[in-house]
Design a protein around this ligand. Structure first.
Ligand code: SF4
Length: 423
């Protein structure tokens, strides 16, 4: 039996997919890259946006066709799905299952499971990682923040922090297998607190003690919970990559309040100042929403002003779209589609300037690179600060995929670096 996985969403959904693969492969399923030849198609989806739900629903006709050709065919949906959408989606999916109950998938598929497998919860399932050198390691699930536009607290429930020892065991095993990049995942890693004495900086400290040659990075941090201790950890722990993702969302205090973000623009700028002073080489990335209900031109311009001051390297800029079931759904979506598009473009133009300015500091420097793939002319990799870099191949140069190497930067663009091999 073959399975195919389709992922719509964020890194958390990718991590979910690796655990779904873990369950299916333990049952003897083989992964295929061709959806049409699969007996089981699993969608790991983010239903954070209403448009994502419509996109999922759009697969109905295709599934009907698969069922005609293959009587064993089944379509499964998991990830971030709210109850309200289930009724609609149940018309096309055979099985809809909460990701936290993914250990019950064998039962839903009518496959007899052992008692041992039944007892495994989401975190204990052995993931099948997509990459042989980069691994997502979820450290918590859920969110307690209830930002007014976000459905995640309703799809993933309240925050739960995974025991530190379990996280450490998983990473130790990955490093033993040769993994070079560990990405810790949580909706708000800053509120990680599995017990009275452990918080996120303490966890990072323990991860840093694991023997081996690897980087650790994390996603994502809520500005209201970002602490000086965490900034110090990123600065001082040798295995901690110099990358911080800090979601701004808006540079206007009234909009931030309407978003229920619980910080002000001054607080955010104070954090950026502390981070940049402590770690001048930091890669700072963010998320921004344009066209939130009631966002005036003047309020939008404040976001641009803050972006100029923060000098982000990457910003994921999204046009606001109302999501049923969230608090902001009740607010009038009164910024026109055309205006949202223009605001998104204006911020992207600005970002291009700050990102290029930031990248110029890499010119001529020798930096560590994790090689990810290659073609005839180039190796492609990531720097410790999460910058994309391509390295022109020389006549005798070789380096291995999934290993660290050193490169000298010879060219920069807003979104990437280019260089030559040093070793
Ligand atoms: S912090 Fe806010 S935006 Fe992030 S997952 Fe929680 S509710 Fe959603």
């Amino acid at each position: 039996m073959k399975y195919f996985i389709q992922i719509y969403g964020c890194q958390m959904n990718y991590a979910d997919a690796e655990r779904v693969s873990g369950v299916l492969e333990s049952l003897g399923y083989d992964k295929t890259s061709k959806e049409s030849e699969a007996d089981l198609v699993v969608f790991v989806a983010c239903a954070v946006r209403e448009s994502a739900v419509n996109r999922l629903y759009g697969n109905g006709k295709k599934f009907k066709r698969y069922r005609l050709h293959n009587p064993n065919f089944k379509a499964v949906l998991t990830g971030c799905v709210v109850k309200k959408d289930r009724e609609k989606l149940e018309k096309i999916f055979d099985i809809i299952i909460d990701i936290k109950n993914i250990n019950e998938l064998p039962e839903k598929l009518g496959i007899k499971n052992t008692d041992n497998e039944k007892s495994l919860d989401y975190f204990q399932i052995k993931p099948e990682h997509e990459s042989p050198f980069t691994a997502y390691v979820p450290i918590m699930t859920g969110c307690n923040n209830f930002c007014s536009y976000c459905i995640v607290p309703y799809t993933r429930g309240r925050e739960y922090s995974r025991p530190a020892q379990e996280v450490l065991n998983e990473i130790t095993e990955l490093v033993r297998k040769g993994y070079k990049e560990i990405i810790l995942l949580g909706q708000n890693v800053n509120s990680y607190r599995p017990d009275e004495t452990t918080d996120f900086p303490a966890l990072l400290g323990k991860i840093n003690e694991i023997e081996g040659d690897f980087w650790v990075r994390f996603l994502t941090s809520h500005p209201k919970d970002m602490s000086i201790r965490l900034i110090e950890s990123v600065k001082s722990l040798p295995k901690c990559a110099n990358h911080i993702h800090l979601a701004l969302q808006s540079g206007n205090d009234e909009i931030l309040e309407k978003m229920n973000r619980k910080y002000t623009k001054e607080h955010f700028l104070g954090l950026v100042k502390n981070i940049r002073e402590a770690i001048p080489d930091i890669m700072l990335t963010t998320d921004i929403i344009v066209g939130f209900p009631g966002e005036t031109e003047k309020q939008f311009l404040e976001t641009g002003k803050l972006m100029r001051l923060a000098k982000f390297d990457i910003a994921y800029i999204n046009q606001y779209s109302p999501r049923a079931g969230t608090a902001s759904f009740e607010m009038p979506d009164d910024v026109s589609a055309g205006e949202k598009k223009q605001r998104e473009k204006a911020l992207n133009d600005l970002l291009r300037e700050t990102a290029l300015e930031n990248n110029k500091r890499y010119m001529g420097r020798k930096i560590e690179v994790l090689i990810e793939k290659e073609n005839e002319k180039y190796y492609f990799g990531k720097t410790r600060s999460f910058k994309d870099i391509k390295i022109r191949k020389g006549e005798i140069d070789t380096c291995a995929i999934g290993k660290f190497t050193k490169a000298q930067v010879t060219k920069v663009t807003p979104w990437a670096l280019e260089g030559t091999l040093v070793e």
